[in-house]
Design a protein around this ligand. Structure first.
Ligand code: GCO
Length: 453
């Protein structure tokens, strides 16, 4: 294996999300989120678990920050739980929630770990859901107010701000197939939900520009703002035109439906025509597309695998059905296909010359604790090594890739999979909440020290 080195200053990071790790779901005045509500609804989560405690990061964050410092992590991507700051999604601020994030950000900065903050990683205040959630255009305005507060409160201490994590998932899985919160099946509203998520992004960017943030770190660049999209390659199951068209439609729904508004200020015509035939039409007001396409400073890309699609008219959304993986898979059943990272980055570059970050990359595997208490996750090391190599390949082909964030720092609540899937570099014992570094954590520490694999 030849060694692969990265540009100086390449940002090696780890990533988490509030609902998946914090726990303390109703502590210190935090309001209920739509994920609290979903998990407290019997039958919605595979193993019947909830994020009530999760990794108890809300109390154990000093240990997790210390782990990142020992690993030499340069940046930590986490999300703010909106209902911890605004419990009812209104104007009433919960100072104990603000203090939690203020302390976390300060502790990261003391360790020279750059905080990368995602404002929305799916945990909407339930009070806003009770008023229609993202189907209600007002929610976009509430989000902009929340974002403005966050910028003015934490702004200068956070070099990279992310408005949304994967609006696609929040829209299609939250309002389409209903596996994610708020667990609705209202396919005719899915595009309007996606539109309001994108509109809220644009309004937050306006608030960010108005805040005129200046870095708290002398000599460091001023804070920048972006969004994180899930970009996975979609390959046709065969060369038959109907399969090729199916892959194009699923690529359209999962990738281009967000890339085109953000960077071209319009929805892809082929997808609008396709969805109009299914009576799925986004409610777009005059001026919305310009707001959505407000210039940003970087794009975050989450990529785990590729999908192989064949035509299937029974599929409600895009008339495509994913076929079985054609190679080895992770515990999630996702094909291990390292080139997905290269293809996703090249696709992003086709839309923008902005700096790119791989804001999530990682894998779940069945973990085995070996006799000396170690966790020999060789398959995760192989996965990370091969996907990092694809990042280097993309850089060599001209992609302005600035960083790579492993999903995840520690095993955590994997949404409707509950705790059954372990993505962490660090093993979480959900009984004792004890953290144990896996072999891959030591390996990643060396990658960071070497600035390459
Ligand atoms: C996502 C989310 C993460 C997931 C991770 C593994 O991209 O879906 O950001 O919360 O846990 O992707 O599925």
């Amino acid at each position: 294996m030849t060694s692969i080195h990265f540009p100086d200053g390449f940002l090696w990071g780890t990533a988490t999300a509030a609902y998946q790790i914090e726990g303390a779901w109703d502590e210190d005045g935090k309001g209920e989120s739509i994920w609290d509500r979903l998990c407290h609804t019997p039958g919605m989560i595979a193993d019947g678990s909830t994020g009530d405690v999760a990794c108890d990061h809300y109390h154990r964050w000093p240990e997790d920050v210390a782990s990142m410092a020992a690993m030499g992590v340069k940046a930590y991507r986490f999300s703010i739980a909106w209902p911890r700051i605004f419990p009812t999604g209104g104007v009433q601020v919960e100072p104990r929630g603000v203090d939690f994030y203020r302390r976390l950000i300060a502790a990261l900065r003391e360790q020279d770990i750059q905080p990368v903050v995602t404002l929305y990683h799916w945990d909407l205040p339930q009070a806003l859901q009770d008023r229609g959630g993202w189907i209600n255009r007002d929610t976009a305005l509430r989000f902009a107010e929340y974002a403005d507060f966050a910028f003015r409160t934490f702004g200068n201490d956070v070099p990279l701000w992310v408005t949304h994590n994967e609006p696609l998932i929040a829209a299609f899985f939250g309002y389409g197939n209903g596996t994610n919160a708020p667990g609705l099946r209202r396919s005719r509203d899915v595009l309007t939900v996606g539109h309001h998520l994108l509109l809220s992004h644009g309004l937050a960017v306006q608030a960010f520009r108005a805040a005129r943030l200046r870095s708290a770190t002398p000599g460091a660049p001023d804070p920048r703002i972006g969004i994180v999209l899930m970009i996975w390659p979609h390959h046709p199951a065969s060369r038959h035109p109907r399969d090729v068209a199916a892959a194009q439609r699923s690529d359209g729904a999962m990738n281009r439906l967000f890339l085109e508004p953000l960077f071209h200020g319009r929805y892809p015509d082929d997808m609008l025509r396709h969805f109009r035939r299914r009576l799925m039409v986004p409610r777009v007001a005059p001026g919305d597309m310009e707001i959505i396409a407000a210039p940003i400073d970087f794009l975050g890309v989450n990529t785990y695998t590729r999908l192989i699609q064949r035509a299937d008219p029974r599929d409600l959304f895009v008339g495509a059905r994913q076929v079985d993986p054609r190679g080895p898979t992770t515990a999630m059943g996702w094909e291990i296909y390292p080139s997905c990272i290269y293809e996703a980055l090249m696709k992003a570059r086709a839309y923008t010359d902005l700096p790119l970050y791989i804001t999530e990359s990682g894998a779940a595997f069945e973990e085995r604790i070996d006799p000396d208490g170690g966790i020999a996750d060789a398959d995760r090391i192989a996965y990370l090594r091969d996907h990092i190599a694809q990042c280097r390949r993309a850089i060599q082909d001209g992609v302005d890739l600035r960083g790579y964030f492993v999903w995840s720092l520690l095993d955590n609540f994997e949404w409707n999979h509950g705790f059954s899937q372990r993505f962490g570099l660090i093993f979480t014992d959900y009984g004792t909440l004890k953290r144990t570094w896996k072999r891959s954590a030591y390996w990643y520490r060396d990658v960071i020290a070497e600035n390459g694999v």
